[in-house]
Write a protein of this length. Structure first.
Ligand code: DC
Length: 223
């Protein structure tokens, strides 16, 4: 059987870095599905598509080719042959990803690509709808979360390290706005499934979280 691990969680729960570390320790790939929605958002912005226009965004998504490649440094995300990995982490693209992620047609396209990848390759897939939609039969399901204040604090510290002077209050406000959009959308809103193990990292550091998740994986697989 192919080992697939499903991991969902809100903005800034540390999903991407935790998921990568856990996948590395297990010797499997990490699929960052948020990067794919970010790639769609970036591509739509560049093409001048009105992000509020569901039909236009959906048509645009059907025309482009979103794919991923795995390198030694992690996932590269590619749109129509261009590696966009370095352009998808701006606040504008973050919000655009959340907006395009509301649309059923966009989600269908992305979910199909993700399911095809996970069907043949052992991977840890992280996102918002992985437990409920992408990998409903995954043997291990994790919902990674932390308080909004703690998630904003971590995000803000990362920004400070990069010399960004955005105030903490602004980071918290943006994070709450994206949480609200991701949790209240009609199609597959972010929420923990009943069979997911909830991992609240508010009081855990990176290493503790990785170890804790590895323990869950071990216990679940040997059940
Ligand atoms: O995980 P992230 O912050 O990189 O995701 C960016 C946005 O993409 C997120 O706010 C909502 C959307 N997204 C989604 O709708 N479904 C996923 N599986 C992953 C991300």
């Amino acid at each position: 059987m192919i080992l697939n691990i499903a991991m969902d969680g809100p903005v800034g729960a540390g999903k991407s870095s935790i998921a990568k570390a856990v996948a590395d320790r297990l010797g499997i790939l990490h699929l960052d599905t948020g990067a794919m929605y970010r790639a769609v958002g970036l591509s739509a912005i560049r093409a001048g598509v009105d992000l509020q226009d569901e039909n236009a965004v959906t048509e645009h998504t059907k025309k482009i080719d979103v794919s991923v490649a795995h390198s030694a440094t992690g996932q590269r995300t590619i749109v129509d042959g261009e590696d966009v990995t370095d352009f998808i982490r701006t606040p504008e693209v973050s919000m655009a990803a959340s907006t395009v992620g509301k649309y059923l047609g966009v989600r269908r396209e992305m979910v199909a690509i993700q399911q095809k990848l996970a069907a043949t390759t052992p991977m840890l897939v992280d996102g918002r709808d992985i437990c409920v939609r992408v990998l409903p039969n995954a043997p291990v399901k994790i919902f990674l979360t932390a308080s909004a204040e703690e998630r904003a604090r971590r995000r803000w510290l990362q920004m400070v390290e990069k010399g960004d002077t955005t105030p903490y209050e602004d980071v918290l406000r943006d994070l709450r706005a994206r949480d609200a959009q991701d949790m209240n959308r009609e199609v597959d809103p972010l929420r923990p499934t009943e069979d997911a193990k909830i991992v609240d990292t508010t009081n855990m550091n990176f290493e503790q979280t990785v170890e804790y998740i590895l323990k869950i994986v071990e216990e679940t697989i040997h059940e």
